[in-house]
Design a protein around this ligand. Structure first.
Ligand code: CIR
Length: 256
């Protein structure tokens, strides 16, 4: 949760065609851009260097850069998104990471699929949730790629009907995660301290601890107060438009 850099990408006008589980209407680009500006400003406010890439019209979901790569201290690993319309987004990210990392590795197996949203990196391990986007082959390939960097991958499960593992959890510090009950009951966080999101506020679980602050989606006051009571500095960001296409705080950046 300590970072010097982040990469984000401006939302494209094609965002109205972004993937979603349930259609609750098209996101408003101007409002999403305003939320995105506050998000980037909050990251920069912590002293991090934040690169904002140009919008990519050909990829409606490309604002969600987190899914394209996993950034570790030793190097970056390009993902293979399981959503066919998003597969090409990883190659679009590659040149930007190549400029920052000397070591780049790629998930390349034809049957391997994995998206960054299913990956939670803690101080001691990399948890990867199997989901509709991330499969066993993708997880196994990631485990092989990071083994010589001494990272241990643990396969866990993204609950049915939930897009990504991190849709339902966030790392708050070395031993603490914020998580929904539907995820925590699986036992995947045994050994960690879990702050449960308030019932009915499941969408608050996708937050990010970024240096001194927690970027947190606006509109979930009980969970917000719980985090504040636990000593975290909560910085609320509007997420109404990203939420329409199943996106949240973590999806909007790569952090390293
Ligand atoms: C998708 O379905 O791929 C996008 N509409 C949302 C991606 C959210 N990304 C994330 O949770 N890391």
């Amino acid at each position: 949760y300590s970072f010097t850099h982040a990469i984000a990408r401006r939302p494209a006008a094609s965002i109205i065609r972004g993937l979603r589980a349930v259609d609750t209407g098209a996101p408003d680009l101007a409002l999403m851009q305003a939320h995105h500006d506050s998000y980037v400003a909050a990251l920069r406010g912590t002293g991090a260097e934040v690169t904002v890439l140009d919008a990519l019209e050909a990829y409606p979901d490309s604002v969600f850069v987190e899914d394209t790569a996993l950034c570790l201290p030793e190097g970056a690993i390009l993902m293979r998104p399981g959503a066919p319309s998003r597969l090409g987004e990883a190659a679009e990210m590659e040149p930007h990471l190549a400029g920052l990392y000397s070591q780049m590795r790629r998930i390349s197996g034809e049957d391997s699929f994995i998206e960054g949203g299913d990956i939670l990196t803690t101080e001691t391990e990399i948890l990867v949730g199997r989901s509709a986007r991330t499969n066993v082959a993708g997880i196994a390939e990631l485990a092989r790629l990071v083994a010589d960097w001494d990272h241990v991958v643990r396969e866990v499960h993204t609950p049915p009907g939930v897009l990504h593992f991190k849709t339902d959890c966030s790392l708050m510090d070395a031993e603490t995660v914020l998580a929904t009950d539907r995820l925590a009951v699986s036992g995947c966080f045994d050994g960690y301290k879990v702050i449960p999101v308030a019932p009915g506020e499941e969408a608050a679980a996708n937050a990010i601890r970024f240096n001194g602050i927690v970027l947190f989606p606006a509109g979930f006051p009980r969970t917000r107060d719980q985090l504040a009571d636990a000593g975290y500095t909560v910085h609320e960001i509007g997420n109404s438009e990203c939420a329409k296409i199943d996106g949240g705080m973590s999806c909007l950046s790569l952090r390293f």
